[in-house]
Design a protein around this ligand. Sequence first.
Ligand code: DOR
Ligand code: ZN
Length: 359
Amino acid sequence: MIGQNTKLNENDVSTADNLTIRRPDDWHVHLRDGDMLQAVAQYTARQFARAIVMPNLSPPVITAAAGAAYRDRIMAALPEGCDFEPLMTSYLTDTTDADDLAQGFADGIFTAAKLYPANATTNSAHGVTDVANLHAVLERMQKIGMPLLVHGEVTDSEIDIFDREAVFIERILSGLARDLPELKIVFEHITTSDAVDFVMASGPHVAATITPQHLHINRNAIFAGGIRPHAYCLPVAKREQHRLALRRAATSGSPKFFLGTDTAPHEVAAKETACGCAGIFNAPYALESYATVFEEEDALDRLEGFASEHGPDFYGLPRNEGTVTLERQPVDVPENIAAGGTGIVPFHAGEQLGWRFAG
Ligand code: DOR
Ligand code: ZN
C-alpha cells in the first residue's frame, strides 16, 4: 500500500509521501552475544517481526540445547513488550549429529541450518571442511524439509577473493542442488551475477538473500581515497556489473530473492585496525537503505514482496500480520552508535537517506 494522506494514483509510487508494507522479516542477521547482543538486538527488533539468527558465536551454536539457550538470551535482551521472534539456526560441522539436528527442527528450536565452509569468515573455524562429510545430514534435512543456508565462498587461498563465490557455485553448490533436488537451499548474501544466474536457473527450492550493502556499493568503496574498513564484509563487494545484476534481481519481483541484511556488528576498534573484521552493521537503517535502492530502481511497489512475502513463502512460514510505514523524510545516519561501552560505525554513517522508518 503506497499513499499520501489523500487518495493517490496507485501506479504513481514515485510521488508518494509514505509507503506502508506488510511487516517485514530479516532472513539473515548476526545478533552476537553478551554486551553486544544487549546493544544491537533492539535495532533488528524495531524494524522486523522475525529474523534468521546466524549461529557463528564463539563457540558456535551446534546443538539444539545451545540453540534454545541462545534464543533465551536473545529474548532476555529485547525491549519490554517487544514481540520480535528470533528464528534460530544450527551451525553445521563435519560431525553434526543428524538426530539432534532433526529433533531441534521438530521441536521448533531450529528453523534452518547454516553451512560455513571452514574458515570462510568470522568464527567459521569449526565449519565444514568437505561437504561430502555432510551428505547424510543434508539428506535428512531434505527429507524433513529443513532449509540449508549457505555461505557460498570457497576458502582455497589460491582462488582470488573476488572469484570465490563463482568458484563455489561451480565446485560445490551446483552439485549439491543437483544431488539433493528437494533440499531447500538459501544462497546467502549473494554478490555476483553468477549467483543471480545460478538461482534463476535452479528450481523453486533454491533462493537467495541480498544485503543492502551489496545493492549500494561495489568494490571501489573499499578503497575510496584510502582503505575503508567499514565497507569490508564477506563476501566482499564485487565489480559494478555485479551490483547492477543484484539490483535487477532484488527489484525483479521474483520470489527467489528476499531480504537478508547480514547485519554484522563489530566494535569500531575491531574494524579500524591492521587486520580488521569483516562485517557491516546495517540493522539501524536497514529498511531505509533498501527503500532507497528500490526507489532508485523505480520499483517501490516491489519492496513489499522482497521484504515481507518472498521469505516466509520460501521458508513455508506464515506472512506477518500488521504493517510498517516508511515516510519520505530525510534521515541523517550517525557516524557512530553506542554499544557495550564502545561504538559501532553503521552502514551509511554520515550520509543522509531519503526515507524514515515510522514504525
Ligand atoms: O562480513 C561478514 N561478517 N560476513 C560473514 O559471513 C560473517 C559476518 C560476521 O559474523 O561478522
Ligand atoms: Zn552473515
